[in-house]
Design a protein around this ligand. Sequence first.
Ligand SMILES: NC(=O)c1ccc[n+]([C@@H]2O[C@H](COP(=O)([O-])OP(=O)(O)OC[C@H]3O[C@@H](n4cnc5c(N)ncnc54)[C@H](O)[C@@H]3O)[C@@H](O)[C@H]2O)c1
Length: 334
Amino acid sequence: MHDATAEGPILITGGAGYVGAHVNLALLGAGLRTLVFDNLRHGHREFVPPQSTLIQGDLLDREAIARAISEHAVVAVVHCAAYTAAGESVYEPDKYYRNNLIGSLNLLSAMVAAGCRRMVFSSSAAVYGRPETVPIAESAPLRPLSPYGHSKLMMEQIIADYGRAYGLQYVHLRYFNAAGADPSGTVGEDHRPETHLIPLVLDVALGRLPAVTVHGDDYPTPDGTCIRDYVHVVDLAEAHRLALQRLLAGGDSGVYNLGSERGSSVLEVIAAAREVTGRPVPLRLGPRRPGDPDRLVADSTRAQRELGWCPQRGDVRVILEDAWRFHRCRFGTP
Ligand SMILES: NC(=O)c1ccc[n+]([C@@H]2O[C@H](COP(=O)([O-])OP(=O)(O)OC[C@H]3O[C@@H](n4cnc5c(N)ncnc54)[C@H](O)[C@@H]3O)[C@@H](O)[C@H]2O)c1
């Protein structure tokens, strides 16, 4: 294993957010030193453990990110910071392009100026839009449906251009639906507002919401509801560790899908949540959401083969059990 502890730390942008906080735990667990850069607009200070340094700063502040990278002699960056709600991005493209593109450009300029040339980038299955075939491999057509998805694809392309021009080595990780929580129950999913199915279902189980809305039950799937690939956030975090260590060891740039390769429908998730929580989860039927593909399931063979990624917690019940533990600790009444 490459000894980055002797050198500078790994910078995690968005490291106080959902995925970034789990990546931080995985890197610390592997003995790496980490520095979190987050404006805390959607992140949580308490998700950053004391072994990490937290810099509260905004990527739109060029000076702040340049200072963080040069003063700490950062050796590599895991870039998780972004606005993430695809639906909102349709109505607020300015907010999404400004944050996700300009913020990322500031980060890249600072990295190049400081000679920091390794990046793991949080991309998304949103780059595929409506797939022609499922499971989806990395070679599938790239046709995002929202400004959010476009911002991810544009950043993939920009980072690759920086690779060609400035020798930046990168790994783009296209996550499917991140879900679950660290089994400790201390770090997990807390987006405000929440738009993801599993925390919403658990909010209903806790009585924080009266019912979960099922957006359409007339899709061409066995039970009529949309099918998604839920990938455990701890498995995702592990893939970041593998990608980073490959870059630190001098490995090549690459693009990888990260999914459990299992599809679960909305109704299957709700049924599993009723079993795991032992509580009622009432649902109500709502209209389809524009742009929702009926089925998104990953082919993650490349990540398994080239990164040695071996997801351990892909079962949707395990995902729900871990998410429920966190959810009750954070939102339940004692
Ligand atoms: N959660 C998922 O299912 C999923 C799926 C695919 C891709 N992704 C990508 O993974 C990454 C992390 O997603 P998440 O679910 O953890 O979101 P999150 O909102 O929990 O975390 C993002 C973090 O980035 C910070 N941030 C945003 N803009 C910033 C800026 N300009 N300067 C400094 N900090 C800033 C926020 O405060 C937050 O802590 C995002 O890039 C997202 O697009 C997530």
